[in-house]
Design a protein around this ligand. Structure first.
Ligand code: C5P
Length: 232
């Protein structure tokens, strides 16, 4: 099946506290977004990559892609106000429309394991909606808005969800269109798929597949990168 990848990179990094959005910060001398693109650039099943970015970073992104020779990036487009809007715009590109499977992966997750990604592609072919997740290590509690505990939730029934998330194209497009029509907002693609009543399968995620959101996450990312370089 033809597979395309959307890498939403339209955030401006409000929580990160730097002038440069986190996806453009360098890790081991290479921008985080390039590390992320390379995971998919190397996979044979991936035919094309689409990257939504904020308009202020459009030219910079195009220059990076050329400089680092990311050959499978077919389209850099303007993203939207929210992540969901950025992905919505990408779903309407030629690259995505021509594919049968679409993966969506955060630009700020540069350590996704290629074996896990390939597994997600294979399982998506079969099931139509597959995502990686991890069981929480901490005890999880529900609280009210005053900080009072309501109850403890059985963590073995929970998953902390990562990306890439894989879908049959028609499932994701339908989920986005129906969510947009209903004004439904979700923080990942799978919640929109859930909204239209389609079942999603969760597979084991990976501890290293962190989402770089804060300066602390960047420090962890540096440690992971050093460890990988040491053992390469
Ligand atoms: O903001 P958050 O950390 O959830 O962002 C996750 C991913 O979505 C990042 O790669 C970010 O650049 C992207 N994003 C986007 N368009 C937005 C906001 C975030 O593509 N408007």
């Amino acid at each position: 099946m033809k597979c395309s990848v959307i890498i939403p990179a339209g955030g401006i990094g409000k929580r990160f506290g730097s002038q440069v959005p986190k996806q453009f910060v360098e890790l081991d001398g290479v921008p985080i977004i390039i590390h992320t693109i390379r995971i998919f650039d190397k996979l044979e099943d991936v035919e094309g990559i689409v990257i939504p970015v904020h308009n202020e970073w459009f030219t910079h992104t195009k220059q990076l892609i050329e400089k680092f020779n990311c050959s499978k990036v077919k389209e850099v487009i303007i993203g939207g106000v929210e992540r969901q809007d950025s992905v919505f715009n990408a779903l309407h590109t030629k690259t995505v429309k021509e594919s049968e499977i679409v993966l969506v992966h955060d630009a700020v997750r540069p350590f996704a394991d290629p074996v896990m990604v390939q597994n997600i592609i294979n399982l998506t072919e079969e099931y139509g909606s597959v995502i990686p997740g991890l069981t929480p290590k901490e005890t999880v509690k529900e609280r009210n808005n005053k900080g009072m505990v309501i109850k403890t939730i059985d963590r073995n029934k929970l998953s902390l969800v990562q990306t890439p998330q894989g879908f049959w194209n028609d499932v994701l497009i339908s989920a986005y269109e129906k969510s947009a029509a209903a004004g439904f907002k979700g923080t990942d693609e799978a919640s929109l798929v859930e909204f239209i009543g389609y079942k999603t399968t969760i597979i084991d995620g990976d501890d290293s597949n962190i989402k770089i959101t804060t300066q602390f996450d960047l420090k962890i990312a540096e440690l992971i990168m050093n460890e990988r370089n040491r053992t390469a």
